[in-house]
Design a protein around this ligand. Structure first.
Ligand SMILES: Nc1ncnc2c1ncn2[C@@H]1O[C@H](COP(=O)(O)OP(=O)(O)OP(=O)(O)O)[C@@H](O)[C@H]1O
Ligand SMILES: [Mg+2]
Length: 398
């Protein structure tokens, strides 16, 4: 019995069609998706105005389009294509050579105005059929435009999007539909049922800061990382910070057995030799109790032992931090100029707006992991320590 069962399983795995995963070109996103974007999937990118939908689609398109399998980008009634391109050209991922050889922008807004949605659908289908498109993006209606379309009922519009979605899902291309949806529509709008992938982008105000988040609500065929992931938009485009902090697939990694000296011998003695390497340590206490000083001593001790370090400072500029260290007899200026040496430190000021996001800790952790084999940290005056984010002998004063 079990022999036959094994044979059946083997037969099934032999006939299983592998799904190729496309690298998205968005730092961190492949990890969130569980390896990359499934080829030939139909995806919806949803979110409120200005949350980064168009930029995300462009970045993926520039990373995946080739002259053999070009990308088609349709604008229906959103941003005019010329205007959109003027903005998108500002991003680092925008490459004129790729654009010329592998990407076509097609503006269909005149068809909506002069004819009807049926003509729009026909035009999209014709373009896709006559090209060998590997990537198709339809940057669709904005909520405000929906209302402005005279004589067009919400039902007609929904019917159009539904038909478009059915086409997008059946072509041998990886497709995206961009829409300004609200979460209330999730239950009622059948377009979400048809989609293989659903990416929801958010832009939330937290105290005085804007925090951008992304959620992969579904992704058929592979295991993505559930939950909210922070992302940012810079001149380079989108950068995501998976909430797994790059630890996926690294569960077997064992922390070091060493103890790290705090720089205070009596304290080391009390702690059985120092802080276990790889631990995250929260140093808390009232104002003036010596938290920053101990953090500075810890970093200085690392320097003395040839262990590079990182200091993330939230409430003073790096030069002031180094000046204060000098008052205790520690030279933090010279090691800052020795970037690649083992006796170097990096003192970085981090924006207070990032205090509640995990993005700063992840960015620092990343740079630490790539630049140094061992990291000594002191996140000075970090009132919201995402302790789980700190790794490799990291210390945090609050
Ligand atoms: N160089 C940059 N640095 C930081 N943020 C930027 C930069 N360029 C653009 N942004 C941010 O990206 C946002 C625009 O992103 P995008 O156009 O992709 O959003 P969208 O979701 O498509 O918006 P819409 O619904 O209006 O079409 C801007 O509102 C701005 O906050
Ligand atoms: Mg847009």
């Amino acid at each position: 019995m079990s022999g036959r069962g094994n044979d059946q399983r083997k037969d099934q795995s032999e006939v299983r069609v592998p799904i190729r995963q496309l690298p998205t070109g968005v730092p961190g996103l492949d990890e969130i998706l569980g390896g990359g974007l499934p080829e030939y999937s139909f995806n919806i990118i949803a979110g409120a105005p200005g949350c980064g939908k168009t930029t995300l689609a462009h970045q993926i398109m520039f990373a995946t389009a080739t002259p053999e399998r070009p990308a088609l980008y349709f604008t229906v009634l959103g941003e005019p294509a010329i205007k959109m391109l003027r903005y998108q050209q500002q991003f680092g991922f925008f490459d004129h050579a790729t654009m010329a050889a592998s990407i076509r922008f097609i503006n269909l807004s005149h068809l909506v105005m002069e004819q009807d949605l049926g003509a729009v659908l026909d035009a999209i289908m014709k373009e896709i059929e006559t090209s060998n498109a590997g990537i198709v993006v339809v940057d669709s209606f904005r909520t405000v435009v929906r209302k402005a379309l005279n004589g067009l009922s919400e039902m007609e519009l929904q019917g159009f999007v539904q038909r478009l979605a059915l086409h997008l899902t059946s072509w041998q291309a990886t497709t995206f539909l961009i829409g300004e949806y609200v979460e209330g529509e999730l239950r009622d709008n059948p377009v979400f049922t048809v989609a293989d992938g659903l990416f929801w982008l958010y832009q939330n105000v937290e105290r005085n800061s804007i925090v951008r988040k992304m959620q992969v609500m579904k992704l058929r065929g592979q295991e993505s990382v559930p939950g909210m992931h922070t992302f940012r938009i810079t001149d380079a485009g989108l950068q995501t910070f998976p909430r797994t902090f790059g630890l996926v697939g690294q569960s077997g990694q064992v922390k070091g057995q060493r103890r790290l000296s705090t720089g205070v011998s009596e304290l080391d003695e009390l702690m059985g030799g120092g802080i276990p390497e790889g631990d995250s340590l929260l140093l808390a206490g009232p104002s003036g109790s010596g938290k920053s000083t101990l953090g500075t001593q810890f970093i200085a001790e690392g320097l003395r032992q040839g262990e590079p370090g990182i200091v993330a400072v939230f409430e003073e500029i790096p030069a002031e931090y180094a000046q204060r260290a000098a008052m205790f007899g520690f030279d933090f200026d010279t090691p800052q100029r020795m970037a690649s040496s083992r006796s170097s430190i990096s003192v970085r000021w981090t924006s207070p707006s990032m205090r509640r996001s995990t993005r700063s800790s992840t960015a620092l952790r990343r740079s630490a992991a790539s630049d140094w084999s061992l990291t000594r940290w002191s996140a000075s005056r970090w009132r919201w320590p995402p302790a789980s984010a700190l790794t490799s002998a990291s210390r945090c004063t609050a």
